[in-house]
Ligand binder design. Structure first.
Ligand code: ADP
Ligand code: MG
Length: 242
């Protein structure tokens, strides 16, 4: 029987908000404005997932679907050094794929099933989940088709999370028109894109925003077992930290 594992975020405060970190067998979504640290969190998680369980890891390999071309192996190596693991090994344990369009994003997900079947993988990152759907279905009247295709992508991701005991971490953008709708909006009006279909697929949702100076703030917006709370964290050379 598979048991759910929690993977640390690199920040003790944020881990405390999340009862230890992001869990396997479900989809977690982090959303927020440009430069709030979504990709840095993804890089940090890609290293921590490989660590022993005593260190907040899951002793697993990582799959990384990059839709914006912002993955940097150098960052993985710097974060690996913080945790005292071999930087080259840390990179080798990440199956990296760049998706150029939404169709490719789906194909890449499907092709990863073979990797996941080895039972060595504990984390799947999709950074970011909506970017390519937004460009591929930008025309008027294409929204319902987009949501249909998105729905089948998310169903497959959910299925894989459960079947292969994976934490699925998706990053997401916010609507450029804050306060456009009270629905899904955080206290400050930031609203993730992707509509109801993404909202229902994500078990845990986290809103990231810039705080004072170097500080960043994460707010649990939706979680089955954590109250709505905020944690502050910083972005360092070694990744997300307190
Ligand atoms: P998002 O994906 O949400 O747009 P990023 O994860 O790319 O945002 O975060 C960008 C932020 O991370 C920038 O403010 C940048 O200064 C910071 N950052 C990137 N690399 C480092 C580093 N090596 N040390 C400290 N901060 C960094
Ligand atoms: Mg990013």
């Amino acid at each position: 029987r598979k048991r759910c594992i929690r993977i640390s975020t690199g920040s003790k405060q944020l881990d405390a908000c999340l009862n230890g970190g992001f869990q396997t067998m479900s989809i977690s979504e982090v959303y927020g404005e440009f430069r709030c640290g979504k990709t840095q969190l993804a890089h940090t998680m890609a290293v921590i997932a490989q660590l022993p369980k005593e260190m907040g890891g899951a002793e697993g390999k990582v799959a990384y679907i990059d839709t914006e071309g912002t993955f940097r192996p150098e960052r993985i190596m710097e974060i690996a050094e913080r945790f005292g693991v071999d930087p080259d090994q840390a990179c080798e344990n990440i199956a990296y794929a760049r998706a150029q369009n939404s169709e490719m994003q789906t194909e890449l997900l499907e092709s990863l099933a073979a990797n996941f079947a080895t039972n060595e993988y504990r984390l799947l990152i999709i950074d970011s989940v909506m970017a390519l759907y937004r460009t591929d279905y930008s025309g008027r009247g294409e929204l319902s088709e987009r949501q249909q295709v998105l729905g089948s992508f998310l169903r497959r991701a959910t299925q894989m999370a459960e079947e292969f005991n994976l934490a699925v971490l998706m990053t997401n953008q916010v609507m450029s028109d804050p306060g456009a709708s009270a629905l899904f909006a955080g206290a400050d009006g930031r609203k993730p894109v992707g509509g109801h279909i993404l909202a229902h697929a994500s078990t845990t949702r986290l809103l990231l925003r810039k705080g004072r100076g170097e500080e960043r703030v994460a707010k649990i917006v939706d979680s089955p077992d954590c109250p709505e709370r905020e944690a502050t964290y910083i972005i360092t050379t070694g990744g997300i930290n307190d």
